[in-house]
Write a protein that binds this ligand. Structure first.
Ligand code: ADP
Ligand code: MG
Length: 217
């Protein structure tokens, strides 16, 4: 079993029409500063390390970075702490800072049922609320919509108490696409898009984890 690195996983998702937040991998302080200019502030910086699985739990995700000075501090700080923790520091993943609601869409290969897709409220709330639904692939748009409606999260997404609804159509499309990706790529054993940030006209993945059997990376 092998975890795909960030840029490979991003490429795979994008090739299947699944949106990933505008982002860049950097390998030095200089490159970090120049790529940040291309993405634009405010941005998010995350450690790029094969050794850190739960990045935010260990303080390796810094959101809402507003300027070059904060960015440089974040770079030095993460590099230092990675060293203290004996984690390999490849550099940073820089991302545009998005606003929106957090959802999770995941896929895994069940030993009994084959590929299944999961939907739920994402980010840190996944475990807290246990508010998810599951379907065996293939999943069409209707079924994807039903999956969403089965969760309490749906109420929050579809305009709770006068809030602007998020683009639920876009979310159903991502669920369908993840189902197809799992079916057509049996070497993918597990994938987690957690979270996608969704708003009234987009659904973009900001964290991705794809586990392949015998992958190259
Ligand atoms: P991990 O799951 O490894 O802790 P994530 O990349 O999921 O790391 O980031 C943790 C949290 O940081 C997310 O759940 C989200 O709340 C926030 N976050 C991450 N990336 C972004 C982004 N690009 N824009 C806004 N918030 C973000
Ligand atoms: Mg995450």
């Amino acid at each position: 079993m092998k975890k795909m690195n960030y840029s490979e996983a991003k490429e795979l998702l994008e090739s299947r029409g699944i949106d990933v937040v505008k982002s860049a991998n950097t390998h030095s302080l200089r490159e970090t500063v120049s790529k940040a200019e291309e993405i634009g502030y405010p941005l998010v910086a995350k450690i790029d390390s094969p050794d850190v699985v739960h990045k935010s739990d260990e303080g390796f995700v810094e959101t809402n970075i507003e300027n070059e000075e904060q960015l440089k501090n974040t770079y030095e700080e993460m590099k230092k702490r990675a060293k203290e923790r004996a984690a390999h520091f490849k550099g940073l993943i820089l991302q545009e800072h998005l606003e929106g609601k957090e959802i999770i869409i995941g896929g895994k290969t069940d030993s009994q049922f084959g590929p299944v897709v999961l939907f739920g409220m994402g980010g840190v709330f996944v475990e807290l609320f246990e508010d998810t639904s599951l379907r065996i692939v293939p999943i069409n748009k209707e079924e994807a919509k039903e999956m969403m409606k089965e969760t309490k999260a749906y109420e929050l997404l579809s305009g709770y108490r006068g809030e602007e609804p998020v683009d639920t159509e876009k979310i159903t499309e991502v669920i369908v696409k993840v189902g197809r990706l799992m079916t057509e790529n049996p070497e993918i054993k597990e994938m987690d898009l957690n979270p996608l940030l969704v708003d009234s006209d987009s659904a973009k993945t900001v964290d991705l984890r794809i586990i392949k059997e015998n992958g190259d990376d």
